[in-house]
Design a protein around this ligand. Sequence first.
Ligand code: NDP
Ligand code: ZN
Length: 352
Amino acid sequence: MKGFAMLGIGKVGWIEKDAPACGPLDALVKPLAVSPCTSDIHTVWEGAIGDRHDMILGHEAVGEVVEVGSLVKDFKPGDKVIVPAITPDWGALESQAGYSMHSGGMLAGWKFSNFKDGVFGELFHVNEADANLALLPDGLDMAAAVMLSDMVPTGFHGVELADVQFGDDVCVIGIGPVGLMAVAGAALRGASHLFAVGSRPNCAALAREYGATDIINYREGDIVQQILDKTHGKGVDKVVIAGGTAEDTFVQAITMLKPGGRIGNVNYLGSGDYVRIPRVEWGCGMGHKIIAGGLMPGGRRRMEKLASLMSTGRLDPGKMLTHRFQGFEHMEEALMLMKDKPRDLIKPVVII
Ligand code: NDP
Ligand code: ZN
């Protein structure tokens, strides 16, 4: 089979591979629509997970089941499914502890385009199909539903990690597709003032549609000062980090946070050795300013719940799709868009 792969650090291309084998609990799926992720860019061009050779990329897909193992109960060939980016081993001790994304070791629930081939191949393998796949509800736009693989669950997880409550003043730092879904999630959870930090005008406009009350442009001055000015010097209750750097962004987030506040980080810190925490602004270690960071949870139950937010019309992640390609041959173009981030890009999708 053919797949679009990482050939080595900084190199991508089409390769031929044997089709994966299907274990008794597993499924083989052919992609119907896929999307490249900023994490694919960190993987290939920043070597964030180390060097990988001939590894098929991608972890965001809607697909059709082609084969299921003998012990799979709830899926059959022909079913259209949403495939979460994170596909844990549900029997692992970490899963039993409530952290399935770390089943088998830290971040090890992330298998596609990390420990095994990803979804940009003619076929891909899904472990524990009954627990890791979700049926695509009738009537959902397939391209929009691809956003359920990663962008929706990740943005929403940032909101969960920050524990946004009714009436909280919230700042979302970074409004690429992940941050936009954090804005939408914070609005659904009842944020009052909802500050969205970014600079691309189309992202800013969409952030407003998803519920942001104020746009803060980080290229036009210190974001902490801009937020303090808008909150009478008080700052915010919660911060979601979905963009920025290990060097500067946590300094800003902690400084703008009220005592007792929480930071939910879902940004992938791909470089540097340390994250900088400002001592005094962190209350000299005693400010009750909590920092939580997490990989998105996968799992069928959560995927089905997120899909029903789309079916009921409460969430439309399809608005983020600025570039739609028809045909697998456009995979490289779509990936390079994600790498180069032209100002008009939010998220590309490839319909196969
Ligand atoms: P984008 O690159 O599209 O968006 C990044 C956002 O951050 C943009 O709005 C950008 O602004 C903004 N930004 C950049 N620099 C700064 C800065 N110095 N200060 C403030 N804002 C800044 O990324 P995605 O939305 O696709 O992904 C966000 C992150 O989430 C990535 O690191 C990705 O790898 C990670 N991720 C994590 C997952 C998880 O499970 N935890 C899963 C999936 C992705 P501008 O408007 O100027 O572009
Ligand atoms: Zn991703």
